[in-house]
Design a protein. Sequence first.
Lengths: 114, 110
Amino acid sequence: SAVISQKPSRDICQRGTSLTIQCQVDSQVTMMFWYRQQPGQSLTLIATANQGSEATYESGFVIDKFPISRPNLTFSTLTVSNMSPEDSSIYLCSVDRGLNTEAFFGQGTRLTVV
Amino acid sequence: GQQLNQSPQSMFIQEGEDVSMNCTSSSIFNTWLWYKQEPGEGPVLLIALYKAGELTSNGRLTAQFGITRKDSFLNISASIPSDVGIYFCAGPDSNYQLIWGAGTKLIIKP
């Protein structure tokens, strides 16, 4: 398994501002994944981040709203830009063992936008 | 696209009872994963299944990969208060992206 540290664990932000979430893994991984989990809902994949290339975004998510960095094989950031109350969710960072099986997660960032 | 139908949505049980939840799909999956999520935490992998018919245990938890490869169940025996949480099934689609069930919320009556 991998140990994944995510910061911040929670934040309350004003609408119109941006928040950058950090994800640090204790070992080198090829792909890192960012998920959103809206209150009482399941997980929705936002994007897949590979080191050295642009992130691949899922339908309904765009780079301008959720810019992602992947500067090396152990770190990634997700920014939630120009936030609105609808962005209030848990954001989760994940890595896997390859072929997206046995995914491991950070503890998540609980974001509240007021 | 592929979908996972997870049921029940929630369960209210007495401590000591056995619990059963399942996931079904109209599509074939080659891997079934079962996760538990507690408040304020990310999902934690409980059991991974890779072969049709496979039955795997992890302590009081038992999961099976359906023989048709379109379903899986998770059983918890003799539930205890720390079993409370949301249980998710998941499996990779043909593009190796994880598809998630809606979750089963387990609540234990005092």
